[in-house]
Design a protein around this ligand. Sequence first.
Ligand code: NAP
Length: 314
Amino acid sequence: MPRPDGLTPARAARRDFLRRLPALGALATLPTRALAEEARLLTRRVPSSGEALPIVGLGTARRYDDATRPEELAPLRATLERFAAQGARLVDTAPSYGHAEAVVGQLVAETRLRERLFLATKVGASGREAGLAQIEDSFRRLRTASLDLISVHNLRDTATQLATLRELKAAGRIRYTGLTTSFDRQYADFETTMKREQVDFVQVDYALDNRDAGERLLPLARDRGMAVMVNLPFGRGRLFSAVQGRALPAWAGDFDCHSWAQFFLKYIVSHEAVTVVIPGMAKAGYVDDNLGAARGRLPDAATRRRMEAFIDAL
Ligand SMILES: NC(=O)c1ccc[n+]([C@@H]2O[C@H](COP(=O)([O-])OP(=O)(O)OC[C@H]3O[C@@H](n4cnc5c(N)ncnc54)[C@H](OP(=O)(O)O)[C@@H]3O)[C@@H](O)[C@H]2O)c1
């Protein structure tokens, strides 16, 4: 029988859960695992450590770049609080994203969320001294003594920077090392580097309308025991433009998908090699929507092909 409020049972349960979320002050005393379990966010394990991570994280490129005024920082603080309150953890940033590292550092300090978050940044510099200086700046801007992950940004001076990152890991200042790219033209070099170097994480672009990384890089990461973080899951909003004015297909309900954002994200996280996807989010409403992709069922192989055919036909 239809509900009087018109919601499906899954949506009603999710709304009720969001309404029950305690105030952040109360949440500060709850351990992360308990939060993730209460929120029932799906997790995947980092292959090199076995650590479980909620499969949806948060990207900070562009929208966190130049926020300085209180009215610009307030929605970002609300976004981060909403994200952590639901048990999500991974925040991705980089020294090249304008003031994003400093903004994240300020907000994490003000909200006292450091212990509950997994902070990932990058090093994009040439030469050992320049790399070290940039990394020390990242620690300062992010206001933390230890970072969870630093990756070599877009293969810049990889051998030199990876040597530094391994020293930092051995010294206990970072927990994981990684490599990133978001360019097809770097894939061949990225693949060679993945075969040569042992890192904990790789970060690549992969989306329903940008599937090239799924052919070689994602299977290679699985074979090499590397966690995969997916960037540009919406193609910087390109996918939303592609479906503008279109209704979600009815069969999306078969995998607990209630929005286009969840359609795009569930496609990504249903790839067996993917550990976590990092949509750019600067609005609390986006957090509620996007974390829905970390709940309920995920599309199976046949449904993934149907999703690809759907988007290819637009
Ligand atoms: N090489 C690298 O290492 C590399 C390269 C690129 C990106 N990255 C990382 O990947 C992250 C993601 O990339 P991105 O932020 O550039 O692009 P994206 O995640 O593909 O798209 C983000 C945009 O999608 C829109 N959006 C997000 N959630 C939505 C929702 N639920 N409903 C409707 N619209 C929604 C927002 O647009 P509006 O803000 O306009 O509303 C947002 O800015 C970056 O933030 C960064 O951390 C890394």
